[in-house]
Design a protein around this ligand. Structure first.
Ligand code: CAA
Length: 389
């Protein structure tokens, strides 16, 4: 009579603007095939001036609160590596925008792109402690590298919100975790910088090392063999990396890594990330959303989740898809969030990229650009003022 704990509902939202890689290629003279085929990316979400991790997080969580009500939520955990404050948890603004009850704990979690998986484990532990409660886990990030750097083509932004509960409608988290931590400077962002620093080649090697090492730990702790997994959802800084990762895993298991096997396992997982770009903490959960929506045959099947956060911490976990999960999905909303973004040209994107909020405490009003339900309206006395849009 083990308690089933896992993801009861899952929703994501992204920004109002999108930059197509064809436009980036036109601007910088790169062969667009490098982006489309080499990286597996078609476009990337670009935040409007009045959008940030808080507005995306609240927009992603709103449908969950509407469907399930706020009353059972006792904890909000927001994972991000593009935080807006060094002290206050961004989730408190989200709590306020969503009108959640006061008898709730709200915290922020950070370890690069891995943070949301730590948040999910924290949430599962809380639900085991009191199975009547819901925990709202939100992953929200804006990925920003320097203009004209190699990382530029792997930017993006999104927030994924998950309700964690007992007897979940979508997925049960089950079995051991495979874990791996290695102190490596592959990607980081010092407090004084708005854009990340990255050693691209080192980051790819560190990621692939972590895939093999988490898998080894997962198996040593009694985890399922790879044949049991219908699909593996990887953290996807760019979607081609998931294919490299799965190939490495298959080869490590002595299995055939032909194109058909890779396509069957991974093609259902990449649809959102190839048009949204890297959303750091949310990326894995956009891959999971895509897998749930695209594979028709998942009832009772197992999917793997591989979470990687530079620096680095990684985890591999298995999730069992629950019977009847399809009627709880939100595919139409997600398609709409992605398809209604407004395309911008490179000039507009570069101006938005350069746009910096004042740091001297003077009052500053943001232009109303977002099409989402919440916006960052102003800065006053060093405070961020959010409002319903
Ligand atoms: N047609 C088809 N393919 C082409 C091509 C063309 N005309 N030109 C190049 N390619 C291929 C290359 O062969 C290469 O493929 P392989 O990886 O299979 O060799 C691919 O396109 C990329 O080309 P380069 O390696 O030359 O690209 P780059 O030097 O511009 O760097 C990058 C790519 C390292 C990913 C860079 O975009 C970057 O630094 N991004 C940020 C870091 C990142 O995302 N790291 C991922 C792991 S870290 C992580 O997971 C945490 C996180 O979220 C950041």
């Amino acid at each position: 009579s083990e308690l089933a704990v896992g993801i009861h509902d899952l929703s994501f939202r992204t920004t109002s603007f999108v930059l197509h890689h064809s436009e980036l290629a036109r601007h910088n003279g790169t062969d667009v095939a490098k982006y489309h085929k080499g990286l597996g990316q078609r476009s990337m979400s670009v935040p409007a001036a009045d959008e940030d991790i808080v507005t995306m997080a609240a927009a992603a969580a709103l449908p969950l609160v509407r469907r399930h009500g706020p009353d059972r939520i006792r904890t909000v955990v927001l994972a991000t590596e593009s935080s807006v404050d060094q002290s206050k948890a961004a989730g408190i603004y989200v709590h306020s925008l969503l009108g959640l009850p006061p008898h709730i704990r709200v915290v922020e979690v950070k370890q690069a792109c891995y943070g949301a998986t730590a948040a999910l484990q924290f949430a599962a532990g809380l639900v085991h402690q009191d199975p009547t409660q819901h925990v709202l886990v939100i992953a929200s990030d804006v990925s920003r590298y320097d203009l004209d750097s190699p990382g530029e083509a792997t930017q993006g932004a999104a927030a994924a919100a998950m309700l964690v509960s007992a007897d979940p409608a979508l997925l049960e988290l089950s079995g051991p975790s495979g874990l791996y931590t290695a102190d490596v400077m592959d990607f980081w962002r010092p407090n004084y910088r708005a854009t990340a620093l990255v050693d691209g080649k080192k980051s790819v090697t560190a990621y692939l090392d972590a895939v093999e090492n988490t898998w080894r730990d997962y198996r040593q702790r009694g985890g399922l063999p790879l044949e049991e997994f219908r699909s593996v959802c990887y953290h996807q800084p760019y979607t081609r990396l998931a294919f490299k990762a799965h190939r490495a895993l298959l080869e490590a298991c002595g299995a055939r890594a032909d194109e058909e096997t890779l396509h069957h396992a991974l093609a259902p997982t990449t649809g959102y990330n190839e048009v949204v770009g890297n959303s750091y903490t949310a990326s894995l959960y956009l891959a999971l959303t895509a897998a749930l929506e695209n594979c028709r045959d998942l009832e009772g099947r197992t999917v793997g989740l591989f979470s990687y956060g530079s620096g680095s911490v990684a985890e591999f976990i298995a999730a069992q898809v629950r019977p009847g999960y399809r009627s709880h999905l939100r595919a139409d909303e997600h398609q709409e969030a992605v398809n209604t973004r407004q395309a911008v040209d490179c000039e507009t994107y570069r101006a938005l990229h350069r746009h910096a909020l004042p740091t001297d405490g003077r009052s500053y009003e943001l232009p109303h650009q977002t099409r989402g339900p919440f916006r960052l309206a102003a800065l006053r006395d060093h405070q961020r003022i959010y409002e319903a849009a």
